[in-house]
Design a protein around this ligand. Sequence first.
Ligand code: S3P
Length: 438
Amino acid sequence: MKTAVRHQQFSLRPGGALRGTISVPGDKSISHRAVMLAAIAQGTSKIRNWLAAGDTEATLGAMRDLGARIKRHDASNLTIEGGPLRPAPGPLNLKNAGTGIRLLAGIMAGQPFASVLDGSEQLRRRPMRRITEPLQLLGADIQATDGCCPLTIRPAPLKGARYDMPVASGQVKSALLLAGLFADSPTTVIQPGPARDHTERMLRAMGAKIIEEDEAGNCLTVHPTARLEPLDITVPGDLSSAAFLLVAGLLVPGSDLTITGVNLNPTRTGLLDALQEMGADFAISNQSTQAGEPVGDIQVKSSALSGVEIGGETVVRMIDEFPILMAAATQAEGETIVRDARELRVKETDRIAVMAGELRKLGAVIDEREDGFRIVGPQRLAGGQADGHDDHRIAMSLTIAGLIAAEGAIVTDAACAADSFPGFAETLIGCGALLLPE
Ligand code: S3P
C-alpha cells in the first residue's frame, strides 16, 4: 500500500500564484470516530475517503489491537467488521493523537477488560484529567499518570451521570457520550459552547438515542445503546486541512483556487466567518450532504485583508485554525485581536507561544497574550528559518507564511504535516507553489 512521503523540511520561495481545482484528504475528526465506532458496531462498515495519516493510523492500529477486523482495499477505503472488542496484547499506542486517546478512553471505560492507553512523548505532556475526572463521575476505574497518559483503565460498571463541562471540547464531550453508551442509565453532558458535533451525528446515524435538551444543542443526553448499526460513508474533505490552502490562496498574489468536497459543518466553520469579516474573496458552491455532514466547494482568490477581533463562541468553532489565522493576520491591514483562546496552549504544542516565536523568526511582530494574541499588519515577512516543533498545524502554517516571505524561508521539523495532511507539499506544488520538499 502506498503511504505518503514524510518530508523533513520545506524550502519556500515567493511568487508562485496558486491556481487550479484540488481536493483535500478526509476529515481527521470524522476518520478517528469512524474507525472507533465501526469497530464496536454490529456488522460490516464501509468507509471511503478515510484519512490515512499519522494520527488516524494510530487509532486504526489501536482498534486492530482490540480485535476489530479491518480490511484495506487501498489506503483510504476500508471495510471494518465490528463486534465485541477483546483485550489488546499490550498498551495501546495512540502516538500523537489527542482525539484518538481521549475518545478511545470513553469506549474502554465501558469494556469488561482492562487496558492501558499511551502515546508519544508529545501526547504524554497533554492534559488528561479533563477526561479522567468526568469518566470517574460515571463510575469508570480510570487512572492517569500525573494527570497525563499512560491511562490505566479497569473494568467497572458505569452509571448515568450529569456533567457540566468547564471547557468547550469536542474530545471531552465525545469521550463522555461514548462512555454513556455503556452506562446503566442516560448521561447528560452540558457544554459551554458549540464544540464539534461529529460524534453525535455519527452515533445517531448508527441508531443511538441522543437528545438535545436545549435549542442551542449545548445540553445533550445519550441513552445506553446495546446495538450500533454499521456505517456506510464517504468521509468529507477536512476543512482544517483546506484552511492552509485557503489562506495561501488569499495571501499569494494572483491566486485563484477551488477546493472541492470540503466539510462545512457549522461547528467547524469559524475560520470562514473570520475570513469573511476580514474581507476575503471566497465563494461556496455545490453544497450537499455527505456522511451526515454538510459539504461544498470553496473558491478563493487573492484578497486584501483587514484585521478582525475574535472571541467567545467563534473560538471553539475555529480552534485548530488559529496558527494559520496568525499567518493571515500578519498580512491584514490593522489590528487582529484574539481572546478566549487559552485552549491553544494545551494542543500538540503551546500554539500561541510556538507560533508567535516561529513567526518572529520570519520577521513578524506579534504581541502574545495569555488567552490569545494581537497582530498589527500588514507586515513584511523577510524570511529565514522556522521550526515546525513536531506540530502539524504549526509546520503547515509556517509553510504558508514562508510562501509570502520576501527572501524565502525554510521550515524544519515538518514531517509532522503528514499527521493530518498527507501530500500537503505535493498538493501545494501541484497548484504552483514554489516549494521544495526535502
Ligand atoms: C477534536 C477536538 C478539538 C480539536 C482537535 C480535534 C475532535 O480538541 O482541537 O484537533 O476531533 O474532537 P478539543 O476537544 O481539545 O478542543
